[in-house]
Design a protein around this ligand. Structure first.
Ligand code: HEC
Ligand code: HEC
Ligand code: HEC
Ligand code: HEC
Ligand code: HEC
Length: 377
């Protein structure tokens, strides 16, 4: 069976590949490809993401010098990356941040305004992480024959080499070329993850956002699980991230306190126009009473007035969740009461929907729950 599978790939092995061709990977990594296709990374271009499209439309009116977002939103389209020329082409639609781009990031160059990914330029040798093979050198395709030729097994990929030695794929630093910060021309960070990667951390960007899920990573070999390429976040698997957030509730003289503890190595909800919301309600004698929800977001400004993020010179308000956030509610709780908490996020706040003229896309402002809590008194 494996032998026939292998034979069917032979024509592929002679194809030349460019960075933008994620479709080739689909032949042998169909499950990962399917997840990737639903991910924010495949949808990161102006043509696939209505939010990015709306920003660029408003911004580009005042801007010269072409499309400047490509190094993070469509690095696999050479016309966009090198010349700032944006066209509705196949790469923009099918894989603006391609499989090859992510798997060939050699290291990250640190810059003030934003970092830059330095890639190897090799389209047939990919970095990945696998603790048991770290330090083993570059893996080539091998076939083994045993039992006098009756059993054949294959190891590694017939299509590409694999390099297990890049530390950035183990500690999550591979994400930081794009996710560290994006400053506007006044030095205001409109992305703000505020991440800190520490060797001692138990979890990394990769273990939290690319958890191992059922399904083989490749057709030529069976593995029970693979790293999730839809990326847990607001688009997909939102509730899976709830386990990295804790609630602590304690009673005070005049009511109660809620502390939200964030175990991620970064702030929550930092992207411009994102909004975290904590819904709080009390069930008293069978009657549900909703309290004023708490909102976690940033508001950008210029000359003391609210402005578009890309024009901002200052932050007018910052209620994001960093390590911990304590909220006080001067509301008495009685014996028998139940307190219910739901923490979630909106991809675009109501204010953002208006500012970006996105009202037609009401799904963008839907509340997506991350974490639930229920407390009986
Ligand atoms: C002809 C089949 C084939 C094609 C096409 C193919 N791969 Fe693979 N790939 C494999 C096989 C087989 C392995 C498993 C190696 C092993 O673990 O023994 C693999 C492993 C990998 C790994 C490392 C996984 C790990 O942890 O072992 C990465 C990363 C990868 N492929 C990326 C890609 C990308 C990106 C593309 C498209 C440009 C691609 N592959 C196209 C067959 C293929
Ligand atoms: C240094 C890398 C980088 C550059 C350059 C960059 N971005 Fe982004 N952008 C990101 C990342 C990473 C995210 C995802 C942030 C998140 O989800 O928290 C993002 C998210 C966004 C979003 C939010 C999308 C959503 O789902 O709500 C918009 C809008 C956006 N960027 C617009 C732009 C525009 C317009 C430009 C060019 C003027 C640009 N970005 C340049 C890295 C970058
Ligand atoms: C080439 C740049 C680039 C790299 C490398 C990159 N990202 Fe992203 N990522 C983006 C952009 C751009 C977006 C936002 C796209 C949009 O919404 O328009 C994004 C979105 C996301 C999101 C938001 C998903 C959601 O549902 O809203 C998560 C989570 C994420 N990335 C995690 C990661 C992790 C973890 C890594 C490292 C393994 C990584 N990214 C590597 C550019 C990148
Ligand atoms: C301990 C788990 C954990 C670690 C480690 C972690 N994250 Fe997160 N991340 C979360 C949680 C929880 C959220 C909030 C969920 C949300 O906003 O959808 C989040 C949100 C995000 C978002 C915003 C998603 C969105 O669109 O709103 C991005 C982007 C992101 N993380 C990237 C990263 C990167 C890059 C790293 C590594 C520096 C990292 N994360 C490390 C748990 C983690
Ligand atoms: C945003 C960056 C990013 C993109 C885009 C991306 N990958 Fe990955 N991929 C990673 C990282 C980081 C890992 C390492 C995860 C781990 O195993 O710890 C990984 C792991 C893998 C693995 C090994 C899986 C496992 O469970 O060990 C394969 C195979 C793979 N990727 C193939 C692909 C293919 C095919 C595509 C396109 C359809 C793709 N990747 C797109 C970042 C990316």
């Amino acid at each position: 069976m494996k032998k026939y599978l292998l034979l069917s790939f032979i024509p592929l092995l002679f194809l030349s590949v460019s960075e933008g061709q994620s479709g080739i990977c689909k032949q042998c990594h169909p499950t990962i490809y399917r997840e990737y296709y639903q991910s924010a990374h495949r949808k990161a271009s102006v043509y696939n993401d209505p939010v990015h499209g709306a920003w660029w439309k408003l911004m580009s009116k005042k801007k010269q010098g072409g499309y400047t977002c490509a190094k993070c939103h469509s690095p696999s389209d050479p016309e966009a990356l090198e010349h700032g020329i944006l066209t509705d082409n196949r790469i923009q639609r099918e894989g603006p941040i391609s499989c090859v781009h992510c798997h060939t990031i050699d290291h990250i160059q640190q810059n003030d305004a934003s970092n830059t990914n330095i890639t190897t330029g090799k389209t047939r040798e990919f970095f990945t992480a696998e603790a048991s093979k770290k330090g083993s050198g570059v893996a080539h395709f091998q076939t083994h024959t045993s039992w006098f030729g009756l059993n054949r097994s294959v190891e590694n990929s017939p299509f590409h080499k694999i390099n297990y030695n890049n530390e950035n794929y183990y500690n999550g630093n591979v994400c930081m070329g794009c996710h560290a910060h994006t400053d506007n021309e006044h030095g205001v960070d409109i992305l703000m993850l505020d991440a800190f990667i520490d060797k001692k951390d138990k979890e990394t960007c990769i273990s939290c956002h690319m958890p191992q899920v059922p399904g083989t990573k490749v057709t030529l070999k069976h593995t029970p699980t693979h790293a999730y390429h839809g990326f847990a976040g607001i688009h997909n698997m939102t509730e899976a991230l709830g386990k990295y957030i804790d609630f602590n509730v304690s009673r005070t003289a005049d009511g109660f306190d809620i502390t939200i503890v964030n175990h991620a190595n970064h702030a929550l909800f930092g992207q411009a126009y994102r909004e975290g919301v904590l819904k709080v309600s009390i069930n008293h004698n069978g009657k549900e009473r909703a309290l004023q929800p708490a909102v976690f977001t940033r508001v950008f400004g210029k000359n003391g007035k609210e402005s578009f993020p890309w024009e901002a010179t200052e932050t007018l308000k910052d209620s994001l969740i960093y390590g911990k956030k304590k909220l006080h509610y001067p509301v008495k709780l009685y014996k028998g009461d139940t307190l219910t908490l739901v923490l979630g996020a909106k991809r675009v706040s109501e204010a953002g929907m208006k500012a970006l003229h996105l009202q037609k896309h009401s799904e963008l402002t839907r509340f997506k729950p991350l974490k639930y809590g229920s407390y009986h008194f």
